[in-house]
Design a protein around this ligand. Structure first.
Ligand SMILES: Cc1ncc(COP(=O)(O)O)c(C=O)c1O
Length: 435
């Protein structure tokens, strides 16, 4: 049987470039991948921001393989199995006391779709049928399904896909290099960007808006960290106008900010949280939407034999995914990965900011265990400079992620300081070679 690279249509990939010079990973352990040509590659991005507990963790392996021999699948509609209920209870313990309802999905994109559908149908359930508008934010990334790209604000992700959802608008993003370049942690300036939500409210009328969805820290667009006071003001405006606030924590969840969730980091509590990625350490696809109780309660009316919410996936709460998530939470808890010593955050931050002054570096930003280095684009060839850094880094033994001309970094959480040193040494050489 022939084996060729030509049959696979690769996602979010320059297929022709890849197939000419493939970058294949064949195994992984802890913080490292091994490439097909036998090189060790330091994972500077936790895969795609998802392998938070490091790769091939023996506890996750053991629990998942055991589950496969006990209950591989159970229908998720009108039937249940204990692990889904146990996982929902365990997850809800990470959230405020009035946020206890968990809906399982299989990805971040599905978590977003689920959250948007919950928001609109919640408003209908409480008699606010006119509230159908969904508000997102420029540069937001909420996955790739039609709802997600509609509220998302990254033009190439939207441009080829027709009219998208009606009744959607976007508030301004908060990226402001002119005032905030090289901020360590949360930027000082820009809380006033939250007022842009009032512009949209005035345009359509609060009574037509169901929800606002934002990433508390925007990841995929290149790590945009909220200015001090911004999220608090967003929460206030939503409260004053009956608008549900959805935090898309697909990246920020599960320890990425040095605490379990962005909700904990910022102390701002949304009504709905979307998650995926780190939930299972990306070993088995799974996502979860966590809602405040009042939202769930609003659906629980009518005759008891009737389905309350016409939504769900064949694999919602799949037993193997539940086992992976349970094992993953065991690891996060037993290895205290959500509460690493603050000296690690500092070490990470200072490594990143040591690149200030290198050619083409126009901004560096960081929060928790996320970092970004923004490069000046090559005139007329946006994205090329960062893409060549990505290739050079891979050939030099480091996996980074680039988006536009921004290098984004998010190492697996069990890193030690010597891993940060190694990452910093390779990346410095790559940046010095930039043309
Ligand atoms: C904030 C956010 N939401 C949603 C998604 C989509 O997740 P998935 O790729 O699992 O569908 C992502 C993926 O990076 C994300 O960063």
């Amino acid at each position: 049987m022939k084996s060729t690279l030509e049959n696979l249509w690769m996602p979010f990939t320059a297929n022709r470039q890849f197939k000419q010079t493939p970058r294949m990973l064949v195994s992984a352990n802890g913080l490292y991948y091994t490439s097909e040509d036998g090189r060790t590659i330091l994972d500077g991005t936790s895969g795609l921001w998802c392998s938070n507990a490091g790769h091939c963790h023996p506890h996750i392996q053991e629990v998942v393989s055991k589950q496969l021999s006990v209950l591989d699948y159970a229908p998720s509609f009108q039937m249940g199995h204990p692990a889904a209920f146990a996982l929902a209870s365990r997850l809800s313990n990470y959230f405020p006391t009035d946020m206890n309802k968990v809906f399982f999905t299989n990805s971040g994109s599905e978590s977003v779709e689920t959250a948007l559908k919950i928001a609109v149908s919640y408003q209908k359930a409480i008699g606010q049928e006119k509230r159908v508008h969904l508000i997102g934010r420029e540069r937001g990334y909420h996955g790739v399904n039609f709802g997600g790209i509609s509220v998302g604000g990254i033009p190439p992700n939207r441009d080829s896909f027709g009219d998208l959802l009606p009744s959607v608008d976007h508030i301004k993003h908060t990226h402001d290099i002119s005032r905030n370049a090289f901020s360590r942690g949360m930027p000082e300036y820009g809380a006033e960007y939250a007022e842009d939500l009032l512009r949209v409210i005035n345009l359509y009328g609060a009574e037509t808006i169901a929800a606002l969805i934002i990433e508390p820290v925007a990841g995929s667009t290149g790590v945009l960290i909220p200015p001090k006071g911004y999220l608090e003001r967003i929460r206030e405006i939503c409260d004053e106008n009956g608008i549900l606030l959805i935090f898309d924590e697909v990246i920020t969840g599960f320890g990425r900010l040095g605490v379990p969730f962005a909700v904990d980091y910022f102390g701002v509590i949304p009504d709905i949280v979307t998650t995926a990625k780190g939930l299972t350490n990306a070993t088995v696809p799974m996502g979860a939407v966590i809602c405040k109780d009042f939202i769930y309660d609003a659906f629980m009316s009518g005759a008891e034999h009737l389905i309350e919410f016409f939504h769900g996936y064949t694999y919602s709460g799949n037993p193997v995914a539940c086992a992976a998530a349970m094992a993953c939470l065991d690891v996060y808890e037993s290895e205290q990965l959500f509460s690493k010593d603050p000296s690690f955050t500092h070490y990470w931050q200072e490594m990143l900011h040591s690149f200030k002054g290198l050619p083409y570096v126009i901004d560096i930003r960081n929060l928790g265990f996320i970092g970004a280095i923004e490069l000046e684009p090559i005139e007329g060839m946006p994205t090329k400079r960062a893409f060549s850094a990505f290739i050079d880094a891979f050939e030099s033994g480091l996996l980074i992620r680039t988006t536009g001309d921004i290098i984004a970094l998010s190492p697996p959480l069990p890193f030690e300081k010597e891993n940060i040193d190694e990452l910093g040494t390779i990346l410095r050489e790559v940046l010095l070679r930039l043309k």
